[in-house]
Design a protein around this ligand. Sequence first.
Ligand SMILES: *[C@@H]1O[C@H](CO)[C@@H](O)[C@H](O)[C@H]1NC(C)=O
Ligand SMILES: *[C@@H]1O[C@H](CO)[C@@H](O)[C@H](O)[C@H]1NC(C)=O
Ligand SMILES: *[C@@H]1O[C@H](CO)[C@@H](O)[C@H](O)[C@H]1NC(C)=O
Ligand SMILES: *[C@@H]1O[C@H](CO)[C@@H](O)[C@H](O)[C@H]1NC(C)=O
Ligand SMILES: *[C@@H]1O[C@H](CO)[C@@H](O)[C@H](O)[C@H]1NC(C)=O
Ligand SMILES: *[C@@H]1O[C@H](CO)[C@@H](O)[C@H](O)[C@H]1NC(C)=O
Ligand SMILES: *[C@@H]1O[C@H](CO)[C@@H](O)[C@H](O)[C@H]1NC(C)=O
Ligand SMILES: *[C@@H]1O[C@H](CO)[C@@H](O)[C@H](O)[C@H]1NC(C)=O
Ligand SMILES: *[C@@H]1O[C@H](CO)[C@@H](O)[C@H](O)[C@H]1NC(C)=O
Ligand SMILES: *[C@@H]1O[C@H](CO)[C@@H](O)[C@H](O)[C@H]1NC(C)=O
Ligand SMILES: *[C@@H]1O[C@H](CO)[C@@H](O)[C@H](O)[C@H]1NC(C)=O
Length: 671
Amino acid sequence: MFFKLVIVILVSLAAAEDLNFTYNGFLSANLSLDGVAQVTSNGLLKLTNDSGNDTVLGHAFYPNPVTFKNSSNATAFSFSTTFVFAIRSEFGLRLGGQGIAFVIAPTRGLPGGSLIQYLGVFNETNNGNASNHIFAVELDPIQNPEFGDINNNHVGIDINGLRSVNSTPAGYHALNNGGFRNLTLISGQPMQVWVEYDGIQKQINVTLGPINVDKPHIPLLSSKYDLSTVLNTTMYVGFSSTAGAVYTSHYVLGWSFEMNGQAPGLVLSQLPKLPRIGPKKISNFLTVGVPVMSLSLVLLVVLGLIYFIRRKRKFAELLEDWELEYGPQRFKYKDLYIATKGFKENELLGTGGFGKVYRGILPSSKIEIAVKRVSHESRQGMKEFVAEIASIGRLRHRNLVSLLGYCRRKGELLLVYDYMPNGSLDKYLYDRPTVTLNWSQRFRVITGVASGLFYLHEEWEQVVIHRDVKASNVLLDGELNARLGDFGLARLYDHGTDPQTTHIVGTLGYLAPEHIRSGRATTSTDVFAFGAFLLEVACGRRPIEAQGPDQNLILVDWVFSFWNRGAILEARDQNLSSEFVAEEVELVLKLGLLCSHAEPTARPSMRQVVQYLEGEIALPDLSLLGFSSNGLTFAHHEGFDDFAMSYYSSPGKGFSHSSYAAESAVLSGGR
Ligand SMILES: *[C@@H]1O[C@H](CO)[C@@H](O)[C@H](O)[C@H]1NC(C)=O
Ligand SMILES: *[C@@H]1O[C@H](CO)[C@@H](O)[C@H](O)[C@H]1NC(C)=O
Ligand SMILES: *[C@@H]1O[C@H](CO)[C@@H](O)[C@H](O)[C@H]1NC(C)=O
Ligand SMILES: *[C@@H]1O[C@H](CO)[C@@H](O)[C@H](O)[C@H]1NC(C)=O
Ligand SMILES: *[C@@H]1O[C@H](CO)[C@@H](O)[C@H](O)[C@H]1NC(C)=O
Ligand SMILES: *[C@@H]1O[C@H](CO)[C@@H](O)[C@H](O)[C@H]1NC(C)=O
Ligand SMILES: *[C@@H]1O[C@H](CO)[C@@H](O)[C@H](O)[C@H]1NC(C)=O
Ligand SMILES: *[C@@H]1O[C@H](CO)[C@@H](O)[C@H](O)[C@H]1NC(C)=O
Ligand SMILES: *[C@@H]1O[C@H](CO)[C@@H](O)[C@H](O)[C@H]1NC(C)=O
Ligand SMILES: *[C@@H]1O[C@H](CO)[C@@H](O)[C@H](O)[C@H]1NC(C)=O
Ligand SMILES: *[C@@H]1O[C@H](CO)[C@@H](O)[C@H](O)[C@H]1NC(C)=O
């Protein structure tokens, strides 16, 4: 009893408030539907379906009664409503079909509503009878002469019957005096309708517009009519429609209503989407969409495949069965490519006789590396060479640059070394260096290189001949420790070359005469090169320096001439200030001459070199070793001529790299 009372009070309170509602789509609306009316799964109110069968009818009403007057003899309130509708003919046909009506009626359904031309609102007996108490706005695409319809595309205000109080062709007054524009009700396009009643002025305005324009300022229809006699105290608001056998559907997409005020605006973007217009759209999709889509798909797959193949080719490597045992020393080309940022020019550290050297950072371990790219066309001898690399890879000495591993591609070999931040020694020695080394640093470099070379010759499990000892192959680590690099590389070009050509690899000025003659590298030829290196470091000059056209300064001869005059210290680098140890400079210069002896047997071994440098044994007297005063003992001129001849007469393929070295030695006097 108590609850009932509370509910009654609540209901009357709610009713006292001015009613308003907004439906942007009808999924959450509790409409009262009859006939074939339905709310589709996406929220469209579909009043009729496109059965193409007999005429069908559909009604949809706001479920609750709406108070339009204070009492039965009072004047009607103002109200405003707006909705979006669409009349769709299937197959894109504009066959006509019935219209749609906004209705204010005394009952929720329209029990007497007839089919066909009565829009489901009236029937032939009650049409026009004032006892109907029905107000309607018709959107009518059919001309019914019996109701005085003006054309087959009109909007009308109907009171109690289908003979309109006022009607006009569908259209709208565009904003900003844009003129009147026709609209076709059955176009299938959604359109918006505003119905407004001013209870004081007794004026009914009806405005129509396409969905994408703002509400026109000038109404399409405006009629003076007092609805107080038409509308009862409580009424029902809704829509009514019928469809004949013409495959036409009537939709309402959104609806709002406000008593005594302006109907809330609809949020057009939230309105449910109309279904695609049937077969034509589908055929468009089939004839254009599907081929275009499948073509794009094929294109995409092809592009993907091309990308994949190019990537695969870009990072392709050569890997043969025999290499499997060197697995740990094998680097992935992709890793090296990423490490050096694709072998970018600004990662280039230098260009040597064998190829370009790039700086890099290994992607996984972030270790800094130097990658030497050696182009190598011949596969001959590669197996032995890689075996040698693998064994060299196990060499570890504080004065040797560690070879971390290798990678092999078609025509290309990549060697991965420890990165030496201070670069090669030569740039501290000649060509007016910006930074030079003082004597104690130079002496440390010399003893370091000697110790590294001694390790290669005698201390390791097998004899390794370096073949290319020179200042530019000596690298300086972070603490300026000398580290000998590039060992064994020369051997790559020693294998399998044409026997007709002299296969010498090395750099002119560091090549022992017997090496040029026989082509055979020995520990002795390494000692000869080390001698040239000693003079280089002490004098700050290249072994052969161009002094003019056809005139070269041969460093050994030059130093020898100072020795001959009994003033060997004068040959030292003038960049060395007075801070040098005279005994050490003299030792190094004399040892340089001794190592450069033309007779291999007269040269010391690396073991002896180390002992001399450490002062363990005294250097023999040079004058007792057959150094004659004319300097021919060094036989440099002879060797140079031989070499030049063999270079010009045998431009063999496998020779190209050593010839490069020779050429650059002649032109620039260095590496
Ligand atoms: C709309 O009606 C609700 C109650 O249903 C009310 O709270 C609200 O103030 C009304 N809004 C307007 C603009 O009248
Ligand atoms: C139209 O609606 C009627 C009644 O709801 C139904 O029987 C018929 O199958 C519908 N036709 C179509 C094409 O949806
Ligand atoms: C039309 O619909 C009715 C039921 O609503 C059905 O009995 C009749 O067979 C249909 N006719 C056609 C031609 O589809
Ligand atoms: C929907 O409206 C009907 C009356 O038309 C009412 O009985 C029913 O409870 C309402 N449902 C909801 C969920 O509001
Ligand atoms: C209806 O009655 C209310 C008071 O109950 C009054 O404020 C309002 O003006 C009346 N409206 C009309 C149209 O008579
Ligand atoms: C309206 O009707 C009520 C009774 O329902 C009556 O008291 C009142 O005088 C009437 N007013 C007018 C203006 O007729
Ligand atoms: C017309 O509608 C009225 C109710 O509005 C009903 O009483 C009458 O029977 C209907 N006549 C026909 C022919 O359907
Ligand atoms: C209007 O309808 C009522 C009842 O529905 C009837 O009594 C009356 O005669 C009708 N008037 C006309 C002019 O048809
Ligand atoms: C609009 O329609 C009317 C007929 O209803 C026609 O006379 C007029 O030319 C049309 N205007 C345009 C711009 O199509
Ligand atoms: C109806 O339209 C007329 C003319 O544009 C305008 O003066 C009047 O205020 C409008 N009434 C309503 C209720 O919108
Ligand atoms: C509407 O009001 C009239 C009097 O104004 C009354 O005769 C009629 O029965 C009412 N209709 C309904 C459905 O309440």
